[in-house]
Design a protein around this ligand. Sequence first.
Ligand SMILES: CC(C)(COP(=O)(O)OP(=O)(O)OC[C@H]1O[C@@H](n2cnc3c(N)ncnc32)[C@H](O)[C@@H]1OP(=O)(O)O)[C@@H](O)C(=O)NCCC(=O)NCCS
Length: 193
Amino acid sequence: MIEAPAYPSSFRECSDPRMSPPLIIRPAVSDDIGEISKLHARVFGPGRFARSAYRVREGKGHLSRFCLVACLGNAVIASIRTTEVTVGGTAGAVLLGPVAVDGEHRSLGLGSKLIHAALDTAKAGGAKLMILVGDQPYYGRFGFKPVPFGQIVFPGPVNPQRILAYELNEGALAGYRGLVVAEPSQNSAGPNC
Ligand SMILES: CC(C)(COP(=O)(O)OP(=O)(O)OC[C@H]1O[C@@H](n2cnc3c(N)ncnc32)[C@H](O)[C@@H]1OP(=O)(O)O)[C@@H](O)C(=O)NCCC(=O)NCCS
């Protein structure tokens, strides 16, 4: 298992003093699950359950140590889900996704802040590799690169060109080959979101 993360002080720097109430990015807690679920329903609709990240988590239903929410007051306006996974039985990888920003708050840099904060948090927590299934034109700007065809396999159909990885430890990708499986977690009894 990965050591508990020392949350980076950059969380406070993520607050935007121009916003009222102030924008806060913080680790997600169990009480946020309902609001995250509602956000996902607004952003992705019923198709969310077919997404790769949902399929990987299916039956595990957990909130990982690296999930984050962005809040304006009590309202969750954006979230980033992460799942600690093994790849071909090797631990230390994290599946990122989905990241969701409410429609009226897009193109303000919130998605970028969440992704940078998730990368920092996972690295601080000892993770070696972040993987996702998503658009290279968006995630490429953060340093995510395509995974060589067939190296990392997801349960269910996935366009292999959309499997991307970010090495939190330089050279880590070479150590990960095979099927992505969610790790058990402390919150495994909780609902999925
Ligand atoms: C993708 C998403 C999280 C980005 O959040 P955001 O807060 O708007 O992100 P940022 O402000 O950091 O960046 C916005 C930029 O990314 C671009 N962008 C968004 N999605 C993109 C995509 N799939 N491919 C390429 N560029 C994309 C926007 O056009 C915008 O460009 P601009 O800065 O030139 O206006 C948000 O649009 C969203 O929730 N979309 C619906 C859910 C989704 O598709 N999630 C990603 C899959 S898990």
